[in-house]
Write a protein that binds this ligand. Structure first.
Ligand SMILES: [Mn+2]
Length: 440
């Protein structure tokens, strides 16, 4: 196997004083935090699409990075070269998982889905061969049901039975390949599941059909022995003006409405959270409190740009608050997939490594600091104390255990005439505690 990243060594932990650009400063895989190794807290994954396929093409210009890996793009030789390069890349970084869409792995045949399916069989055999004897396996797989023009009116939400059947065929094959590659999960990201105008859209009909496609996918997956989670990845807009899986709360409501909530969890992407007008932390909290903390697409957006920039995570505050939610929520069933891409001018193989070192160190720092916040206890104790009137008064206990009546509470209010001051929210104090922990 030819080496694609010849000038780049294996990336090792050297600690915060290291100035080596090809070393981790914070990600120390064997370090134990709150009883678990860092690498177990942080099952990092490489996104096949951004890392091995994307060349920096944007709406204004051609690609700036060479991702040919010595082969002609669009061929099976290229598909295999991407496997070789990807395995070398993951080994050098110590990453044990990858995520894929069907068409990231092989070129889609424009005229015959049977040809595409045979290519998927061939490439998945090749991936298994190349990852044999390593710890590298699939985190989750998915089907790309947004790129091909046949999905212009949606996939599960399409008006066409033929297109709906193509979506079903792709989901079926992607589930097969995910199972074959040992995947922990299967993702639905509703790229074209939404609308541009309600003048041409039967929203109820479309949502029922999306649920039906998901139900068929669950039934099929379970019949093939797939025990992992299905995930919805919420996003409010882009490519559609309005997307049905707007945010975690919307997606969870949808899953509960259609009886899919036992088989599905959330795959939360930081950049999608901010596009929905929420923080990353908010989306993780909503997922965790509903028992649906599944997986994470680790990236960040740009607060000055209103679109999905998929940047490598750099913001330690956000990563810390995200890890605070993940730790308190008992961890992920999935992992941390870098759905992130190098900026277009960062176009060398070295930049691919710098990007992952940045992202892995950012989440490692977030993990370290979130654990310190929890062990410190000042923030958690404040929150516990804030609601204590519901646990240290008889009336509070009755409200919580569903035995109080409206009349009884009204009588209490009339009795005390005027409530006590509920107490300060202490936001600035709590923020100063977080800074104290972050920078100590
Ligand atoms: Mn994104």
């Amino acid at each position: 196997m030819s080496e694609f990243f010849k000038n780049i060594p294996e990336i090792k932990f050297e600690g915060k004083d290291s100035k080596n650009p090809f070393a981790f400063k914070y990600y120390d895989p064997e370090k134990v935090i709150m009883g678990k190794k860092m690498k177990e807290h942080l099952p990092f994954a490489m996104a096949w699409w951004h890392n091995l396929c994307a060349t920096g093409v944007d709406m204004f210009g051609a690609g700036s990075a060479d991702k040919s890996f010595g082969a002609q793009p669009g061929t099976m030789e290229h598909a295999k070269a991407k496997v070789d390069a990807g395995v070398e890349f993951m080994k050098k970084l110590g990453i044990e998982y990858y995520c894929f869409h069907d068409v990231d792995l092989v070129p889609e045949d424009p005229t015959d889905i049977n040809v595409t399916n045979a290519r998927l069989d061939e490439i998945s055999d090749y991936i298994l061969e190349k990852t044999k004897g390593t710890n590298i396996k699939c985190l989750w797989g998915t089907a790309n049901m947004f790129g091909n023009p046949r999905f212009m009116n949606g996939a599960g939400s399409t008006n066409s039975v033929d297109v709906y059947s193509f979506a079903a065929a792709q989901v079926k094959k992607a589930i097969d390949i995910t199972i074959k590659l040992g995947g922990r999960g299967y993702v639905f990201w509703g790229g074209r599941e939404g609308y541009e105008t309600l003048l041409n859209t039967d929203m109820k009909f479309e949502q029922e059909n999306i649920a039906q496609l998901m139900r068929m996918a669950v039934n099929y997956g379970r019949s093939k022995g797939f025990m992992g989670d299905f995930y919805i990845e919420p996003k409010p807009k882009e490519p559609m003006k309005h997307q049905y899986d707007f945010d975690a709360a919307t997606a969870i409501g949808f899953l509960k409405q259609y009886g899919l909530d036992k088989d599905f969890k959330m795959n939360i992407e930081a950049n999608h959270a901010t596009l929905a007008g929420h923080t990353f932390q908010h989306e993780l909290r909503v997922s965790a409190m509903n028992g649906m903390l599944g997986s994470v697409d680790a990236n960040q957006g740009d607060m000055l740009l209103g679109w999905d920039t998929d940047e490598f995570p750099f913001n330690v505050y956000d990563a810390t608050l995200a890890m605070y939610e993940v730790l308190k929520g008992g961890g992920l069933t999935g992992g941390f997939n870098f759905d992130s891409k190098n900026r277009r001018p960062s176009n060398t193989p070295e930049d691919m490594f710098h990007a992952f070192i940045l992202g892995m160190d950012t989440f490692a720092l977030g993990l370290i600091k979130a654990a310190e916040m929890i062990e410190d206890g000042r923030i958690d104790n404040f929150v516990k104390e804030k609601y204590s009137s519901f646990s240290n008064t008889e009336l509070g206990k009755k409200i919580r255990n569903n035995t109080a009546t409206l009349e009884e509470l009204a009588a209490h209010a009339c009795d005390i005439k005027k409530p006590n001051d509920p107490g300060s929210g202490r936001q600035e104090y709590l923020e100063s505690v977080m800074n104290n922990i972050l920078f100590s």
